[in-house]
Structure formats: structure tokens, C-alpha cells
Design a binder for this molecule. Structure first.
Ligand code: ADP
Length: 536
């Protein structure tokens, strides 16, 4: 027997209407490249997103056509997040930190028909343009335009007042993002209206972001990668103010913006928060208005020392895990009632885990001998499934190295699950270090090295060793004006790990190479240290 419930499609158009009509006076603000702050409301955003949709339809953009963005986090990008799907088309966010040839490959693979770009990114597009075939280039912002580009403002002007949304299948595509391609060519992940709405609802729940109309959200997570963790949609759904940093991602710029806009929730990868932590450590009383803010941090592991440092500053980190393929949020670490009296140290170690799967997401750990037990110790590959987890890649389909025969996504992460339901990442499969037949987690060592008070950043990679096969090498950046020795770091680690796990080798550098999304770029580090001869 079927239910008597209506068949009501879940679409981003509903979210747009809700934000623009029920929360029409809530703020959408962003920093321009010249650092002035522009203020709109959700009513403005709705009007302009509908204008964009109408203009796209008038330009011949049809259902499922890809419209790309090459933009920083700003108001026009939010309009594109809603306006492109409102035309029945697919928002394809391009990662502006990739090399021009990689962006060109991605534009061609996705067959983007139109691209919207920020005026400050015109020089980047100049390098991509000869290698791609897009029909129209729309430029947001002031600035003079080359003859092959059009003004975004002129494109949407006067449009959309009577715009009627197309009837959409909730399974239709609304967005698209390419994986970073650290292994092989980047692959397209295609988000749907339904998956986006369900993801938005779920990340808003109290035990995830706890998003409400009373929040003011600052997404430092790029809108050009994995939908800025889905927050632009979730915040609009709840009517929370949204503030965007534009291209200004320095610690002091971000802290000033957080204070000025009374931000209650900010999101970013650990490397951003390391910078912010250093700025707060250097001037603890300078930004009193940021106290009480909560931060969602993920994309790579959050060192427990960082959780403690922000607690001291009165800011709370929530640690989450996800991937481009998982829309992206899959799990979040929050405390259960039984941890209330467990003591601060125990609480920090729970909060430093990658967390409990969100509702509707399933996780399992698979080792050589099949599914592992949930004992917090038995490690294996993390596999996930759920309504916002991709089941294949654009054009490529579902290759067996990425999906199991019974329909789970193989994440490439090595993890454990414990009896309380918390998932903990040990490593990426390719980053694990195999020393004398035993596995060493680079993530655990990195977290511990970054727990040393004089260390700003650290990454641990495997280097070849004649006897042990591989040994860990810690590549360390000291905090400005501080010095730390290899001996001091070894002592620090010996207090926490068995001797065979502790690196004998330390390299001190000025900065670590980062990926386009701000993670430590271990492939580059491995190249840099290819000829390195481990001690011992
Ligand atoms: P890429 O790393 O390929 O740019 P993603 O942004 O999709 O693309 O990254 C997903 C990967 O990032 C995960 O598979 C995992 O290895 C890592 N990751 C994400 N969140 C965390 C976290 N909280 N702790 C450790 N690793 C994480």
C-alpha cells in the first residue's frame, strides 16, 4: 500500500522562495576586492537569482545544461547557487586555485555553456579561454570588459519579475563539482535537488551545525569546492544571515569581519584556523566580539591541541568529516550525555574524532577479512552510503575501485568505528606509513607534533628505509619567532607513542605545500623528499 502523502518534489527553488519571502530582511553581505562590504537581503537575493534564471532561459539555457562559476565567496555567487538551478540548469563551480590547464580540462569535460566570473578573475580566465569553448562569459563586478565578455549586471537587468519556475524532478541535477584529482584526472560529482535539500536540512540539526534564523554564518570554505560544505543552501533554508569574505582570507581580515558582522558560526579547513589561532594567541583581547562563536572545521584532521586552544579563547570547534563525493558532510563529532562528566581530556579526545554519521548516512569499515567490528581499534577502509553520497561519476560511471558491488562508496580513508558510533580516521590509504610490517598513522603523528607549543604546522610522510621499508619523516613549520629542535619533538612524541612509531627524522621548512582547498599537499612533499635517506 502506498502512503496518502503528496508527492512533493524537494528542490532548491523551495529554499530560494522560503529565504526570500519568509526571511526577506535577513542579511547577505560580502567583502568586495577593495574591502568595502556590500549588504543585500534575502529578498534582494531572491529577486536577483530569479532574474538570473529568467536571463539564462532567455539565452537558450535548457534543462541539465551546465553553467559554470569562477568566483570567490560573494553575493553574486550565492545568486548563481540558486539562479542556475532555478533555470533547470546545473551550477558547475570551478576551483579557481587549480592550474589554468586543469580548469580548462574540467570546463571541457563538463561541457559548460556559459561561465560567470568575478572581474578580478578575468586575468585567470584569459589563460583558460583559448582552450575552451564556452558560448558566453558573464563578468560580475565593476571593471572594464574585453570584447569577448559581457556584464553580468546587464545580463540580468530587468529580468525575472514574473519568472515561473520549471516543474523539476527532484532527482534532476542542480550542481556539479570536480574532485581535486590528486589521484588521476579530476572526476565530476553531480548533486541533485533532492540530495541538496536533504543535506541542507540535516546539517542544520542541533547535533550538526545547530543552524537557526538567529545565526550569522561566515563560510570561509570556498563556494568553488563541494558547495562550501552545503552551508549556503542550509543557511538560506533557515534564514540565517550569510557573510562572505570575498578574496580576503588573511587571519586579521577574517577576525575583523567576524567581529563586525557578529558571526555566530564560521566554517573552514584546519589550515585557516591555524592562522586564526596564531592571530588570537598574539592579541587575545583584540577581538572580544568573536567570543562564543562556533566553528565547523574539517577537510583534514583537527589536532586536539587546536580544539583546546580555541576553547581557551572562548570559541568552540566542531569537527566534521566529508568529501566532494558526500555533498560533503558525512559525520560530525558531538558529545553524548555520557561524556558530560567524563572530564575535559576525555571530552577533547571525543571531539577530535571525525564523529557520528549524520542521519541518513551509513558507514562501515571493511578490512581484508570483511566488515570490521565496531571496537574503535579494527581499522579498514571507510565505506559510506546515503541519499547525498554519489553512486557514480559524471561520464565515468561507477568504477569498481571507487564503488563496491553492493553499492557503497569506497572513500579511500582508513578508519575505525567504535561502540558508541564515533568514526575516527587513521589516514588516507595512500598516506599510511608501513614500517617493519606495521602501519603507522601519519594523522596521529601530525596531530601530536602540532600539539607542541612551538609548532605551527606539521605533515608526516613515509620515506624509504633499507631495513624497515618505510619510516615516518615529520616536516615541521615552527611558529613565527620560535625554534624547536628534532630532539625536543622526539621527546614530545615519545611521551605519547611507542618508540617504533616515533620519527627519527625531522625536516624544518618555512611553509608546507597546500592543495587547492588548503590541505597539506603530501604528494608534493613526497616528491620533495624522494631521495631522503632515513636515519637508523
Ligand atoms: P580532496 O582531498 O580530494 O581535495 P575532498 O575535499 O573531497 O577532496 O577531500 C576528502 C578527503 O579529505 C577525505 O576522503 C579525507 O581523506 C579527508 N578529510 C575530510 N575531512 C577530514 C577530517 N575531519 N579528518 C581527516 N581527514 C578528512
Amino acid at each position: 500500500m502506498l502512503s496518502t502523502m503528496m508527492s512533493y518534489p524537494l528542490t532548491t527553488n523551495h529554499v530560494l522562495e522560503r529565504a526570500g519571502t519568509l526571511f526577506g530582511d535577513r542579511v547577505v553581505a560580502w567583502r568586495r576586492p577593495d574591502k568595502t562590504v556590500v549588504r543585500h537581503t534575502y529578498a534582494d537575493m531572491r529577486r536577483r537569482a530569479r532574474a538570473l534564471a529568467a536571463a539564462l532561459v532567455a539565452a537558450g539555457i535548457g534543462r541539465g545544461d551546465r553553467v559554470a562559476t569562477l568566483m570567490w565567496n560573494n553575493g553574486p555567487h550565492l545568486e548563481a547557487y540558486f539562479g542556475i538551478p532555478a533555470a533547470g540548469a546545473v551550477l558547475h563551480t570551478l576551483n579557481l586555485r587549480l592550474a589554468p590547464e586543469d580548469i580548462a580540462y574540467i570546463v571541457n569535460d563538463a561541457e559548460d555553456r556559459i561561465v560567470i566570473l568575478d572581474d578580478v578573475l578575468l586575468p585567470l580566465w584569459e589563460k583558460i579561454r583559448p582552450h575552451v569553448n564556452v558560448e558566453r562569459v558573464l563578468v560580475a563586478g565593476a571593471g572594464s570588459l574585453p570584447n569577448w565578455a559581457e556584464s553580468y549586471e546587464a545580463f540580468i537587468a530587468g529580468r525575472g519579475a514574473d519568472y515561473v519556475y520549471p516543474d523539476l524532478d527532484e532527482h534532476a541535477a542542480c550542481g556539479m563539482c570536480y574532485t581535486s584529482g590528486t589521484t588521476g584526472r579530476p572526476k565530476g560529482v553531480v548533486y541533485g535537488h533532492r540530495s541538496t535539500v536533504l543535506h541542507s536540512l540535516t546539517i542544520a540539526i542541533p547535533d550538526c551545525l545547530g543552524l537557526s534564523v538567529n545565526d550569522a554564518v561566515l563560510a570561509v570554505t570556498p563556494m568553488f569546492h563541494a558547495n562550501s560544505w552545503g552551508v549556503p543552501y542550509a543557511a538560506a533554508m533557515m534564514g540565517a544571515n550569510q557573510v562572505f569574505p570575498g578574496p580576503h582570507l588573511g587571519a586579521e581580515d577574517l577576525l575583523d569581519l567576524m567581529a563586525e558582522e557578529r558571526i555566530t558560526l564560521a566554517l573552514g579547513v584546519p589550515t585557516i584556523w591555524m592562522m586564526i589561532q596564531q592571530a588570537l594567541d598574539a592579541a587575545p583581547a583584540r577581538w572580544p566580539l568573536v567570543k562564543g562563536m562556533r566553528m565547523m572545521v574539517g577537510g583534514s584532521a583537527v589536532p586536539p591541541a587546536m580544539i583546546r586552544a580555541f576553547d581557551r579563547h572562548g570559541l568552540t570547534i566542531k569537527h566534521g568529516w566529508g568529501m566532494t563525493e558526500t555533498s560533503p558532510v558525512g559525520s560530525l563529532a558531538w558529545l553524548k550525555p555520557q561524556h558530560a562528566d567524563a572530564g575535559y581530556d576525555a571530552q577533547v579526545s571525543v571531539r577530535a574524532k571525525q564523529g557520528i554519521p549524520l542521519p541518513l548516512v551509513e558507514m562501515r569499515i571493511v578490512g581484508d577479512a570483511g566488515e570490521q567490528s565496531h571496537d574503535g581499534k579494527s581499522a579498514g577502509e571507510l565505506q559510506v552510503r546515503g541519499p547525498w553520497i554519489t553512486g557514480s561519476y559524471f561520464k565515468v560511471g561507477a568504477q569498481p575501485d571507487k564503488f563496491t558491488a553492493d553499492g557503497w562508496l569506497r572513500t579511500g580513508d582508513v578508519a575505525t568505528l567504535d561502540a558508541e558510533g564515533y568514526m575516527r580516521i587513521a589516514d588516507r590509504t595512500k598516506d599510511l606509513i608501513k614500517s617493519g610490517g606495521e602501519w603507522i598513522s601519519s594523522v596521529d603523528l601530525e596531530n601530536a607534533v602540532m600539539g607542541h607549543p612551538a609548532v605551527a604546522e606539521a605533515a608526516v610522510i613515509a620515506v624509504a628505509h633499507p631495513k624497515w621499508d618505510e619510516r615516518p619523516l615529520a616536516v615541521v613549520v615552527a611558529k613565527p619567532g620560535q625554534h624547536v629542535s628534532a630532539e625536543a619533538l622526539r621527546e614530545h612524541l615519545l611521551a605519547q607513542f611507542p618508540k617504533w612509531m616515533v620519527p627519527d627524522d625531522y625536516a624544518f621548512v618555512d611553509a608546507l605545500p597546500k592543495t587547492s582547498t588548503g590541505k597539506f599537499l603530501k604528494t608534493k612533499l613526497r616528491e620533495d623528499f624522494r631521495g631522503y635517506r632515513a636515519k637508523g
